[in-house]
Write a protein that binds this ligand. Structure first.
Ligand code: FES
Length: 574
């Protein structure tokens, strides 16, 4: 595409021709106060903004879009803001994961059906990042990501509080009777002090960081706190850069290759990132026509050290990470584990992007000589309970539980779990294995973050704070504990978890990557023959579409009809 040829712009088909339809487009642009000088011959930049009053993590994105627009104008583009479905992790039920693919579809179709030449994607709260990326990769127009940025550190009585992680920690203390209502209310007021995403290395910061590693943000963009003055500057520069990208015709699938995803997987471990990143990276790669598997994660886990000393696996928070040099400094520190020749949206390689990065605090961003963890942050397990795989964040579990044998206590639903967990009659001890089923992609449905099952109150009162827990659910990236997640195939569709009975012996062996129930094959065959399929709960609507097309966890939970790179025709303009 040449800058001298505005007719080569995709948007020219809407605005340019001397015909009846273009007359309609131009006259309606005029009705909004736009003159032809605003848009004629200029790249139209769609700003896909997931701002919404119900999403506190994105509460600043409404004004931040104005900074993006300023950049687009400065570079000679025409900005058009397009509000999109906000996936607010805290408020949306049953889970935002149910709607990730819907936002991905919306993003793709907004870009396809309107006169966009390029786009700026604005998100950050957990599923918004993979959703926006999946849609933009499928549409394959020049795209840049503007991450919402993490919120400020939490504070309570001078103690630093981290999103999610400290909620779980202090809730356990409250249930154990060690924290009263007054202290709990003070924590409630101190843990979320500003706009922005969770400031631990939860799913939000993991996914925005991986998006930067994949090459879709300006260097260092993802580490900037949401309310830092450098954040609107980054938004402004992103708006300017995307206009250049349109003229350069630099598209997502020009940037992404298998090595980009290998870098992202390595970064999951360098960061001590969220288990949710496994599912999202599988899905994002699928949209680029690139096949990655659970084995990739296990291989990289075995050889990649964790250098970011950030909660829940480390000590600090995202604000500290930013002051310590942020993601570019981390990537430079772990560069022997990365392919730095990968292209990015700057038009430069990852190597060029991080060349000037420096570490300013060597306890927050460690060197390869003094990692937080040498390897093994996450493990992929197989066995007769998880033939297609399961995931455990080993770095977030008490080490004594990584090889463990115990008796299963089985809950068939989240409601049953809540009803029975604190029943004094529950026959549970600290060695028991808590199992939750029907919490997978189709089971809940939507695979909610129920996987870090709470411990029974009577166990908490003995001082125990971790037990082996198994489910086909996900877990918040801010959570911790010996939680085996994403068991596939899920119990709802008849996976082996559905065959487990209370009292069965379960053996977890993380070093050997095994998860098995000690039930012989004949007995399993009897139970399999007696199993009856479950009925879905959605007779119509999006839920029905979801149930018919969602794939399993080990495949990334995309809809089967959205994967791949088959070309889709441009819309006719009549
Ligand atoms: Fe939005 Fe954690 S709730 S990032």
């Amino acid at each position: 595409m040449s800058e001298k040829d505005p007719k080569s712009l995709r948007s020219y088909r809407w605005y340019g021709p001397d015909d009846l339809r273009s007359f309609g487009h131009r006259s309606r642009a005029a009705s909004m106060g736009c003159t032809q000088a605003d848009y004629a011959g200029k790249p139209v930049i769609a700003i896909i903004n997931t701002w919404g009053d119900i999403n506190p993590c994105h509460s600043h994105l409404r004004e931040r879009a104005e900074d993006v627009k300023r950049g687009v104008w400065q570079a000679g583009g025409f900005p058009v803001e397009m509000p999109a479905f906000t996936l607010g992790e805290t408020f949306q039920k049953p889970t935002t994961m149910m709607y990730r693919n819907l936002l991905a579809m919306e993003t793709e179709e907004l870009l396809r059906s309107y006169p966009a030449d390029g786009c700026v994607l604005m998100g950050g709260c957990d599923k918004t990042t993979p959703a926006l990326m999946m849609g933009a990769i499928s549409m394959n127009l020049p795209a840049i990501y503007v991450p919402a940025g993490p919120m400020l550190r939490g504070n309570w009585h001078g103690q630093i509080l981290g999103s999610g992680s400290d909620v779980s920690k202090y809730w356990a203390e409250r249930r154990a009777g060690n924290i009263d209502l007054r202290a709990w209310t003070e924590i409630e007021d101190g843990i979320a002090r500003s706009a922005g995403t969770c400031m631990t290395m939860g799913t939000a910061s993991t996914m925005t960081s991986l998006t930067e590693v994949l090459g879709f943000t300006l260097p260092g963009a993802t580490s900037i706190p949401a309310v830092d003055a450098n954040h609107p500057k980054m938004a402004n520069r992103s708006g300017r850069r995307v206009v250049e990208m349109v003229w350069e015709d630099l598209k997502p699938r020009d940037i992404l290759r298998e090595a980009s995803f290998n870098n992202a997987i390595a970064a999951v471990f360098g960061l001590g990132g969220s288990t949710n990143s496994v599912i999202h990276l599988l899905a994002v790669a699928g949209r680029a026509g690139i096949k990655i598997t659970l084995e990739h994660f296990d291989q990289f886990s075995k050889k990649t050290p964790m250098l970011a000393n950030i909660r829940p696996s480390g000590k600090y928070l995202m604000e500290d990470f930013y002051y310590a040099g942020g993601l570019p400094a981390l990537l430079k520190a772990m560069s022997p584990h990365l392919d730095l020749t990968c292209l990015t949206i700057t038009g430069k390689t990852l190597r060029e992007n991080i060349a000037s990065a420096e570490i300013y605090n060597s306890d927050v961003i460690r060197s390869l000589d003094s990692p937080v963890l040498t390897s093994g942050g996450l493990a992929i397990l197989y066995g007769n309970l998880a033939p297609n795989g399961a995931v455990i964040k080993a770095s977030a579990a008490e080490p004594r539980l990584l090889k463990h044998t115990g008796r299963a206590i089985v809950f068939d639903s989240f409601d049953e779990l809540n009803a029975r967990l604190d029943d004094p009659a529950l026959d549970v001890d600290a060695n028991s294995v808590l199992v939750l089923r029907n919490a997978g992609p189709k089971g809940a449905p939507g695979m909610p973050e129920w996987g870090n099952l709470q411990l029974p109150q009577k166990i908490l009162k003995t001082g125990v704070r971790d037990m082996v827990r198994i489910s086909d659910a996900r877990m918040s990236g801010t959570s911790y504990g010996a939680c085996v997640l994403h068991v596939s195939p899920e119990s709802f569709v008849g996976g082996p978890l559905a065959l487990l009975k209370e009292g069965d012996i379960i053996e977890l062996d993380v070093p050997a990557r095994q998860l098995n129930m000690h039930v012989n094959e004949d007995e399993l065959a009897r139970r399999r023959a007696a199993w009856r399929p479950n009925e879905g709960i959605y007779p119509r609507g999006y839920g029905k579409l979801f149930m018919e097309h969602i794939k399993q966890a080990h495949e990334g939970c995309d809809f089967d009809f959205l994967e791949g790179t088959e070309p889709i025709p441009e819309p006719e303009i009549h």
